[in-house]
Design a protein around this ligand. Structure first.
Ligand code: ADP
Ligand code: 5GP
Length: 200
């Protein structure tokens, strides 16, 4: 029997502040019918302008623990002291609409997704330098000093992991936003066109 072809699952990772959300926002605006965002659950509080169910499902630590116990997550991890997870439902919601599903997750989640049969494709968004990353993270103005430090410590680990051979299918350096977007755009389109013969 021929395999059931589903749209691909694409995992975007990279240090906090590197520009993942900025790039993805543009991709979703340019191709609303082709791509959908996997809306994660998190225990961190919403930032100004973030809406429950759109950027994240904002939940309490108890609710998150219950979801883990009920095996609702494909992957989950702790990042800068808060919990984050991709639910099975979040991915199904997008795939069932016939759209390629994009996950924006950190490295422990990447490792877990690699162990599933999602046959995902992986893209890493790298900053031009750690100094520039710090500038962007502070410039965004969303984090406390403690959170900035935690995110920068984590960034060093993410950058190390990104150098391991074969972890990512593509690395895009987000120095110039236009150039980085063009590279990301071309790569995701390639992935979309090839398709992935897998089911979830
Ligand atoms: P992430 O989602 O990876 O945490 P964001 O998309 O929130 O990062 O970007 C962090 C900050 O950097 C934002 O203020 C954004 O406007 C800015 N930014 C993103 N890309 C660039 C770029 N190429 N050059 C300069 N600033 C950028
Ligand atoms: P932020 O708090 O800046 O939105 O996200 C912090 C980090 O958590 C980012 O690296 C982001 O990619 C990651 N993240 C967001 N959602 C998930 C998720 O569902 N699982 C995992 N493992 N990481 C996530």
């Amino acid at each position: 029997m021929a395999p059931i072809t589903t749209p691909p699952v694409i995992v975007i990772s990279g240090p906090s502040g590197t520009g993942k959300s900025t790039l993805l926002k543009r991709l979703f605006a340019d191709y609303p019918d082709n791509f959908g965002f996997s809306v994660s659950h998190t225990t961190r509080p919403p930032r100004a302008g973030e809406r429950d169910g759109i950027e994240y499902h904002f939940v309490t630590p108890d609710h998150f623990t219950q979801l883990v116990a009920d095996n609702k997550f494909i992957e989950h991890a702790t990042f800068a002291g808060k919990s984050y997870g991709t639910s099975i439902q979040a991915v199904k919601d997008v795939v069932n609409q016939g759209r390629a599903c994009i996950l924006d997750i950190e490295m422990e989640g990447v490792k877990q997704v690699k162990k599933t049969d999602l046959n995902a494709k992986f893209l890493f968004v790298a900053p031009p330098s750690v100094e520039e990353l710090e500038k962007r993270l502070r410039g965004r103005g969303t984090e406390s000093e403690d959170a900035v430090q935690k995110r920068l410590e984590q960034a060093v680990k993410e950058l190390e992991y990104s150098k391991v051979d074969g972890v990512h299918d593509r690395v895009v350096v987000n120095d110039d936003l236009e150039k980085a977007y063009k590279e990301l755009n071309e790569w995701v389109m390639e992935v979309l066109q090839k398709g992935v013969a897998e089911t979830i």
